[in-house]
Ligand binder design. Sequence first.
Ligand SMILES: [Zn+2]
Length: 349
Amino acid sequence: MSLHGKIMKIISLAALFCLMWNSIYAQNYQSVTAESGDGIYSLLRRNGLDPSEYLAAFIELNSQHLGPNNSLIAGRKYKLPLKKSASSTPAASTRSPVVSTPKKTVRYEIFGPQYQDVALIDNQLKGTVYYLISGHGGPDPGAIGHYNGSALCEDEYAYDVTLRLARCLLEHGAQVFMIVRDPKNGIRDESILKPDKNEVCYPKQVIPLNQVARLRQRKDIVNKLYEQNRGAYQRLIEIHLDSRSKGTNIDVFFYYRGDSSEGRRLALTMQRTFKQKYDRHQPERGYTGTVSERNLYVLKNAMPTSVFIELGNINHERDQKRFMLADNRQALANWLCESVIKDFTSRRK
Ligand SMILES: [Zn+2]
């Protein structure tokens, strides 16, 4: 081979090497900033990566920037491992890396025609089971408020917020049981939610009028499902508007069972989240929601860690606004969902 030929061969080998180097090492890793309180687990989960699959790759990629015991330093940027694609063919691997989760959509008729298709956003709540009870229902409308000649029934508004919460939890990979269910009404965007007595208890039991029988029915089905899901992270959330008559200073109240430190933790996370949201969106409003223990039948007798929520007073003008606008009902559900995700992901750190 002539000198010229040798040089050409070296150049072409170098070019080939550069090409390979590029394809192996110059991938476009997505960078994310660690927030205070973040660990590798929560950061990965928030970005749709299952820690059991991506933990090692994350540590390898970011070893220069981790604190003691592989902790994250808040405010620092970290590279996310590339998502492994299920069908990793050579052709696919030359395409730009996949950073968003492929959306999987599942139909749940309970949400009604407009909301029944639920797309999975991420798997942050994978492995969790939630039992959601909206207060009252069936023959019992709960508290009744009045607005311009229309009756506002607690059970309908509590149900709508609860459905929205259920949908949000499903979007993040949770398993959800709507314990009180309305086979006719899905999520509704109207401000006046027409009262009815359609609600049944999971799966389709008639709800009794007697209060003790009604509460026992809910507790029994939750405990039965709890047994079936033993070993999973399970939570019960019960949503009411207001079950007591109060003065003008009404806010969102969170209750837990006195001996349940996990219930208290979830309730506190919810309250903190609500306070942050109100401080951000309505700073002049002030927020006085509280967390306290309470001796309620469901809190006392249900097996999963539980939180009982009162979202406000259906007879109070300011609170009525909170419930009558569909966007506000959605915001309440989103904040509850966010709290639930925080509680779960921080616990597993
Ligand atoms: Zn109630």
